[in-house]
Structure formats: structure tokens, C-alpha cells
Design a protein around this ligand. Structure first.
Ligand SMILES: Cc1ncc(C[n+]2csc(CCO)c2C)c(N)n1
Length: 224
């Protein structure tokens, strides 16, 4: 069994919970409250700024030019394609770029991005890939799932989001990352694989928490 298949099997119950989450379901049938999506979009913008740095660290840790180039491409597509979609959505909500960038991260955004950056800065390239893979892989799965529902990709508000994550281009990026995880783990001892499995599980848990945080528009409980 490929290591990526083992990772997938291990987190499948959580991914099923992601798909069933009212935030994800609400995007699929168009019933999601726009204020919840607005909250998500702003937090996701902050998340992507930090996430882009994980790709930059991937380019630093890569040991061949091909992998280095791919991380550079991912850095570029996050900053200029994925974040561009967020900027367009922000416009629809009359949120300016300054407001977007000055927004404060929620506890979940802070915990998730700091965890990923901690692993990426201190760990091996395989550990960095294990930390970022659930983000790419689970979004692709969710995008494909929502895209298969009739009319979802044409929805006037959530359609663009669904189309982007279900796209062939995103699929190729996710596949590249899955293959890299398998390449980097070939012949690795079980103790190292278990460490990678735990990192992958943790960022998978954070993905679920991110949906839940957005659905509940959860900032610091001390400020409520
Ligand atoms: C919380 C959260 N998790 C995952 C993604 C999806 N995502 C982030 S970077 C990237 C790859 C290339 O840009 C993908 C698919 C997101 N937007 N927000």
C-alpha cells in the first residue's frame, strides 16, 4: 500500500465529517449564510498568507530543481490565483484590501498556521509535505464533490469557489503533492512514518476546525 493510501484511510472519518459539515453543505446547495462566508473568506485570506510561506520553505528544503520549481509555482498560484479569488469575493462584500490584510486571525487560524509553520521550519521536507497535504487534498475532494451536484458550480455566489477547487489545475497540484509524499517516504522506517501520520492527522483536524470556526464565526471567547 502506498503511504498516501495509508494516510487517506487513517483520516477518512474526519474527511467524511468535513463533507457533511453545514458550512460545506451550505456552499453546495447555496443556502450558506453570506456573513458566515464573509467571515471564512477573511480568515482564509490570512491563512493563505502564512500558507504561502510553507511553499517558500518547501523551495528552500527541496533537494532538486524540479521540486524547487514546483514549490515556486505553488507559491505563485496561491498568491496570484487563489488569493485573487478571495480579493474578488472581498470586493463583493465591500471589504477593501487594507481591511482584509489588517484583519486579526481567529484562535483557530492562528493555531493552524503556526502549527504548519512550526513543522515546516523545524522538520524535514517530508514533514513539511505531511503538514500541507490535507489542505490541498481535502479541498480538491470537497471541490469535486460539490461540483458533481447539479447547478452548484453555476451558483451566483459560491459557484466560482467550487469551480476553482474542482478544477483540473488544482487536481494536478494535489496529485503532485500526493506523489511527492510517496516518493519521500519510500523505504523510510516505521517510526518516521508514524510521525508523518500524526502531522497529517493534526492538519486534517485543523481543516475540520476551520470549517467549524467559520460556521460559528468564532473569534476569542474572551472578547464575547
Ligand atoms: C483552510 C484552508 N485549507 C485549504 C485551502 C486550500 N488551499 C490552500 S493553498 C492550496 C494550494 C495552492 O494554492 C489550496 C488548495 C484553503 N484555501 N484554506
Amino acid at each position: 500500500m502506498k503511504f498516501s493510501e495509508r494516510l487517506y484511510e487513517n483520516v477518512l472519518p474526519i474527511w467524511q465529517k468535513n463533507h457533511a459539515h453545514p458550512f460545506v453543505q451550505g456552499m453546495g446547495d447555496g443556502s450558506l449564510d453570506k456573513n458566515k462566508f464573509r467571515f471564512y473568506m477573511i480568515q482564509d485570506y490570512l491563512y493563505l498568507i502564512e500558507y504561502a510561506k510553507v511553499f517558500a520553505l518547501g523551495a528552500v528544503k527541496a533537494t532538486d530543481l524540479k521540486t524547487m520549481g514546483k514549490f515556486a509555482t505553488l507559491l505563485d498560484s496561491t498568491l496570484n490565483e487563489e488569493m485573487e479569488l478571495h480579493r474578488q469575493y472581498a470586493k463583493k462584500f465591500s471589504v477593501t484590501l487594507e481591511e482584509l490584510e489588517a484583519a486579526k486571525p481567529s484562535p483557530t487560524t492562528l493555531a493552524y498556521t503556526h502549527y504548519m509553520l512550526h513543522v515546516s521550519q523545524n522538520g524535514t521536507l517530508a514533514e513539511l509535505v505531511a503538514a500541507l497535504l490535507p489542505c490541498m487534498w481535502s479541498y480538491w475532494e470537497i471541490g469535486k464533490d460539490l461540483n458533481s451536484r447539479e447547478g452548484a458550480s453555476e451558483h451566483e455566489f459560491y459557484g466560482e469557489w467550487i469551480s476553482m477547487y474542482a478544477s483540473e489545475e488544482f487536481g494536478q497540484l494535489a496529485t503532485w503533492c500526493i506523489d511527492l509524499m510517496d516518493e519521500l517516504t519510500g523505504g523510510k522506517p516505521e517510526v518516521e512514518l508514524e510521525k508523518l501520520e500524526e502531522i497529517f492527522l493534526n492538519t486534517t483536524r485543523f481543516e475540520y476546525m476551520f470549517w467549524d470556526m467559520a460556521f460559528n464565526e468564532k473569534m476569542w471567547p474572551t472578547d464575547e
